[in-house]
Design a protein around this ligand. Structure first.
Ligand SMILES: *Cc1c(COP(=O)(O)O)cnc(C)c1O
Length: 354
């Protein structure tokens, strides 16, 4: 790196996303993408006519998309903000609300949160998950900080109840609480309706996982009008056209076929239950997930070894080196067929070592 860089960034460690290999084809179970394609309406809308409109700027307010989201979720259009992936929303939220009183989130969670803290010079506490990898809600109550909680959490897949989430929000009236619902559509109960009751809540979501659009980069969030105003201020002060024309069109088309995505989420939840029971038969311990991935460790084969052996054999899963979770691998739920071949491969790898 250069010597021109501002000294604020000298120790910045970037976020490292899961591998996206372009060389050979893997059964890709490492970044929680959907195994199913976008709906037909999405594919139809990305046509020549839409491509020709690329010479024009897109709608900076994403009106059609926000109207459609408002209709589906039964909230006001003014309570919705859309962005270039939910990472963008998280970025803006840390920028806006992190410095004042410092941030708090679990020690095991989405790896981007602490990167934002380092980027903005935010003091932060990484609160240890309990021994069973659950979040203890008391740790976040009235802690006077900007709390960010993925619900369900990643990479554990485990969720807090709506009551616990509400207790955290209600006990921190002077700080914003972000609930990151990237995986809520696979079986969790959303808390987004609480935005009508609390002015300190942002609930963020993404089209990347449950709506098969990771490559389009589309995120959205629900919040009271004032918080949405804050997010718009940052967006308009950095990149007002941050959701491109093709993505806006694809997003509206996807929402027009919402039932297709609901059916896919249901299939993925069923495949998850199948996968869990097969993994358990092979001697794995699997955390109770309600997301589109499971977090599993084998009783005798190490996490790193398993990751490498799977990779050699054409299966990509996600392994983390953090000592607390290095015996685990996070396995995205693919199609039933993909999971059957994963299980067959694991039978070879773990062999008699159940
Ligand atoms: C995938 C993920 C995101 C980011 O989603 P994008 O919309 O693709 O930026 C945010 N939070 C969590 C917990 C995620 O796993």
């Amino acid at each position: 790196m250069s010597n021109f860089r501002d000294s604020r960034f000298s120790n910045l460690k970037e976020y490292v996303p899961g591998e996206q290999p372009q060389d050979k084809s893997y059964i890709k179970l490492n970044t929680n993408e959907s195994p199913y394609p976008p709906s037909k309406s999405v594919i139809d809308v990305l046509n020549r006519e839409e491509a020709e409109k690329l010479r024009l700027y897109c709608d900076p307010d994403c009106n059609l998309l926000r109207e459609k989201l408002a209709e589906i979720y039964g909230v006001g259009k003014e309570n919705i903000f859309v962005s270039n992936g939910s990472d963008d929303i998280l970025n803006f939220a840390f920028m806006l609300y992190g410095r004042q009183n410092g941030a708090a989130f679990p020690d095991i969670t989405y790896g981007f949160y602490n990167v934002f803290c380092k980027l903005y010079g935010i003091d932060y506490s990484e609160i240890p998950l309990s021994h069973d990898f659950s979040i203890n809600p008391e740790d976040y109550m009235a802690n006077g900080k900007f709390n960010v909680i993925a619900n369900p959490n990643a990479p554990t897949g485990m969720a807090l109840s709506e009551e616990d989430i509400e207790r955290i929000i209600a006990s921190n009236p002077n700080n914003v609480v972000v609930i990151d619902e990237a995986y809520i559509d696979f079986g969790g109960k959303s808390c987004y309706k609480l935005i009508n009751k609390y002015n300190n809540l942002i609930v963020c979501r993404t089209f990347s996982k449950s709506r098969s659009m990771a490559g389009a980069r589309l995120g959205y969030c629900f919040a009271c009008r004032d918080l949405i105003g804050d997010l718009e201020l940052i967006k308009n002060s950095t990149n007002p056209y941050n959701v491109n024309r093709l993505t806006q069109a694809a997003g509206v088309a996807a929402l027009n076929e919402n039932e297709y995505y609901k059916a896919n989420c249901k299939k993925i939840a069923e495949t998850r239950e199948f996968t869990v029971s097969e993994l358990e038969k092979l001697g794995f311990t699997v955390l109770p997930s309600i997301a589109n991935f499971v977090f599993a460790k084998h009783n005798s084969v190490g996490g790193q070894e398993l990751y490498l052996k799977l990779k050699e054999n054409g299966f990509l899963v996600r392994h983390f080196t953090n000592p607390r979770i290095c015996e685990f691998n996070r396995i995205t739920i693919g199609s039933k067929r993909e999971m059957e071949s994963l299980i067959n491969q694991l039978k070879v790898i773990v062999g008699g070592k159940v």
